[in-house]
Design a protein around this ligand. Structure first.
Ligand SMILES: Nc1ncnc2c1ncn2[C@@H]1O[C@H](COP(=O)(O)OP(=O)(O)OP(=O)(O)O)[C@@H](O)[C@H]1O
Length: 290
């Protein structure tokens, strides 16, 4: 099953054009949608999840027309929204059981075994009787995945799931995502390049409502071979360098900036060639689209 998005457009009533002629074909497996805040990722995710309408365009999930067969999509969709609210005074088993009823798992013994299996899978078994209000950020996100997996979805959407998680919880969460079936379309929206690098076989870079790149992380890296140049400079020099060169990133190391410049040749002869990583691709694309 593939998800095919064609010529999708959306302008909000305040005039913000959040989606500009978006075309994407998303195969089974983990797909990373990478973009800065405000790029339009959530607008796209919510549209695919049947929660809002585009102005024009089409979305097909296999045979299903996502924009007109919303009930069909909802039956097969697992969605973890950016702001996942839980009822704080309810324990995990109770809420998951309740959500399972809403998902249409009406047989009580089947429901019990589905709920128990998901609590095990997401490593929440020991905390299953605890109220969700007492869960850490990572536990809440894992609960979010448990509810998204109810009823065996064929399409799973997770919108910026690792924001705010500490490194250990983030790893745990990413490991969980990586175990999701290969027979499922999983879309991971994030502004964290590492999330995509670690998990996704396919990706798109998104900015200002537009797709700037689509392909595999390796293809993305190929685009910048020989084009990333590094130099350690003084803070005072930064604005000059920014004026004269395409400074795509700056990192402070020991108080002084190390800059990366995008250029076909050594910018002023004093830079060092470096092997770019996915973050350089990301910043190059965003820089060119600024
Ligand atoms: N309901 C709305 N009404 C008006 N403008 C909106 C609405 N929702 C989003 N926008 C605007 O559309 C643009 C895209 O927002 P969106 O939330 O889709 O981006 P995003 O990539 O998910 O960013 P973030 O990571 O900040 O959520 C932004 O400029 C945002 O302010």
């Amino acid at each position: 099953m593939q998800l095919i998005i064609s010529n999708l457009n959306k302008t909000y009533s305040n005039g913000v054009q959040a989606l500009k002629d978006v075309n994407l074909t998303i195969n089974q497996g983990m797909f990373g949608l990478l973009g800065p805040n405000g790029a339009g990722k959530s607008s796209l995710m919510r549209t695919i999840a049947t929660l809002q309408e585009p102005d024009s365009g089409s979305i097909l999930l296999g045979e299903i027309n996502v924009l007109t067969q919303k009930d069909e999509v909802r039956k097969t969709l697992g969605y973890l929204p950016q702001e996942f609210g839980v009822y704080p005074k309810v324990d995990a088993t109770t809420l998951l059981n309740h959500l399972a009823v809403l998902k249409g798992i009406t047989n009580a013994s089947e429901r019990k075994s589905v709920v128990e299996a998901l609590l095990q899978k997401t490593n929440l078994w020991d905390a299953r009787k605890k109220n969700l209000g007492g869960y850490s950020g990572g536990m809440k996100q894992r609960f979010g995945i448990a509810q998204a997996l109810l009823a065996n979805p064929k399409l799973i959407i997770v919108d910026e799931p690792t924001a705010g998680l500490d490194p250990a919880e983030r790893n745990r969460f990413l490991n969980l995502l990586s175990e999701l079936g290969e027979n499922t379309v999983v879309i991971l929206s994030t502004h964290i390049v590492e999330d995509v690098k670690e998990l996704c076989s396919d990706m798109a870079i998104f900015n200002k409502g537009e797709v700037l790149f689509k392909g595999s992380p390796d293809e993305a890296l190929n685009e910048i071979v020989g084009k990333i140049w590094q130099k350690r400079i003084n803070k005072a020099e930064l604005s000059d360098f920014k004026q004269n060169f395409k400074v795509i990133s700056e990192k402070l190391i020991g108080g002084n900036p190390i800059i990366h410049v995008l250029s076909d040749t050594n910018p002023d002869g004093t830079f060092e060639a470096v092997t770019g990583d996915l973050e350089d691709v990301y910043f190059s694309k965003i820089f060119a689209n600024a």
